[in-house]
Design a protein around this ligand. Sequence first.
Ligand code: NAD
Length: 279
Amino acid sequence: MNARFVVVGAGTMGVGIAYVAAGAGYQVELVEVDRDRAAAAHDTLTGLWDKAVSRGKLSAAEASAARTRIVSVPSLADVAECPDVIVEAVPERLDLKRAVLAEAAGRRPALLGSNTSSIPIGALGDNVIGLHFFNPVWAMPLLEIVVADGTGADTVTAARSLAATLGKEPVVVRDMPGFATSRLGVALGLEAIRMVEDGVASVADIDRAMVLGYRHPMGPLELTDVVGLDVRLDIARTLREAYGSRFEPPALLESLVAQGHLGRKTGRGFYQWKDGVRQ
Ligand code: NAD
């Protein structure tokens, strides 16, 4: 395949998207403005390929071929016109994303996507579609395709076909705050926190109830720890603006975040964590 896939932003998500795209056979250009971040992305990718080889998921030759399919560039100006796909994965700031997507549109990609997890797609520019990947991108099967009012049917078809090429399962959702995943996931998480406040059951038992009774792979409180309490609080506030008091952040969540207990990344949230492992 000589198809070209441009990823803008080589952070947590951009690296994952680049890794999966290169694995699917795309020639990948990874655009990163920060030189240290670009170097770190290179190290992360090397680690991912090494791990895939040591676990027998890829042969050394396949990993080496995928590695040669990714090049790093410092700006979108270095990207040749008419790539097949551009996906932006820069930080979640409206002004930054609008600027990056406007510049990306100037490269005339066949498909232009944003990996935003909460900004309305319609606010990001014309002909942009939401391509919401999940972390870690190589392990999570979902691609949430977010369709704004002006998005054409052929763009949705192209996004579905991209999902298939990348080995992802698409869901197509309307451009509404929280899309499908954040709205439903955060609703469950907030209610679980309110149940802790009400003393309905212990943190561990609330989680166990959903794991054993509903076959969730992880309970809503542990998942909140993994995602980050600060991240979920931000989303809850955004959704409260959109949908009202049912997304009111519980006092316990506000208080844990104010104390710096953000979950796995700080060692404490609803559980204690050490080296990324729940204690
Ligand atoms: P991150 O901070 O890890 O990475 C963002 C990268 O973009 C940084 O390396 C930064 O230097 C780079 N960048 C900033 N401006 C740039 C520019 N003009 N051109 C090129 N690179 C630029 O962020 P992340 O966690 O990877 O999140 C990226 C996006 O993905 C956000 O919209 C976020 O909401 C969304 N998202 C994140 C997750 C997650 O779990 N982290 C999951 C789904 C979606």
